[in-house]
Design a protein around this ligand. Structure first.
Ligand code: AMP
Length: 190
């Protein structure tokens, strides 16, 4: 099963991706998690990444595109994958669509998590008490949401037009269990 998830930070797509990954035994490819893992290395690259991420800005496409391409081609993804947090801008989206076509990878479903700004801000601030992420502060959340609505959300519209009935919009303001239930129902017909 090959899935792509869209949705603003705090919309709960990471939570649903983990649940789906466990249940379907496929990897959860969160570009945010992959990059945060790289921050643990104590080198100049990690310092550079750390500055970008803590400011809420996007890591350059020249860094993220090959990371995703390598992952998608690895044995880990033989039975599918869940892409969470990628693509984030037009360049990444063009790269991904081209890559999928070139490698004959058919996407089963794209899930767009729809949630209003007030809900997602509240959720991120709640999460910040537990996870201690450098980018979960009020100012940085604003930058991340601005980036999402200006650069990423327009891609969802483009994917909706391209993938038609493989594009599923979910009301992400609902309870976690209800979102999970709605997604599982939709996947039965994917
Ligand atoms: P996330 O966990 O998805 O909210 O991502 C956390 C941060 O990692 C983002 O604010 C960006 O700085 C960086 N990041 C994650 N995914 C991408 C991506 N596809 N392109 C560029 N930067 C990314």
């Amino acid at each position: 099963m090959k899935l792509i998830l869209f949705g603003p930070p705090g919309s709960g797509k990471g939570t649903q991706a983990s649940l789906l990954a466990k249940k379907n035994k496929i990897p959860h490819l969160s570009t945010g998690d992959i990059l945060r893992f790289k921050l643990k290395q104590d080198d100049n690259f990690a310092k550079e990444l750390s500055q970008i991420i803590s400011g809420g800005n996007l890591v350059p496409d020249s860094i993220i595109n090959p990371i995703v391409a390598d992952k998608l081609l690895s044995d880990e993804c033989n039975n599918g994958f869940i892409l969470d947090g990628y693509p984030r801008n037009k360049y990444q989206s063009d790269f991904l669509i081209n890559f999928l076509e070139k490698n004959n990878l058919d996407i089963d479903l794209i899930i767009d998590f729809l949630a209003d700004t007030t809900t997602v801000k509240k959720r991120i601030l709640e999460r910040s008490k537990i996870e201690n992420r450098s980018d979960d502060t009020v100012d940085v959340i604003k930058t991340r949401l601005d980036k999402y609505f200006s650069e990423t959300q327009p891609l969802a519209a483009m994917f909706k037009a391209k993938f038609k009935d493989k594009f599923f919009e979910i009301n992400a303001s609902q309870e976690i269990t209800k979102i999970q239930y709605d997604i599982e129902n939709r996947l039965k017909n994917a």
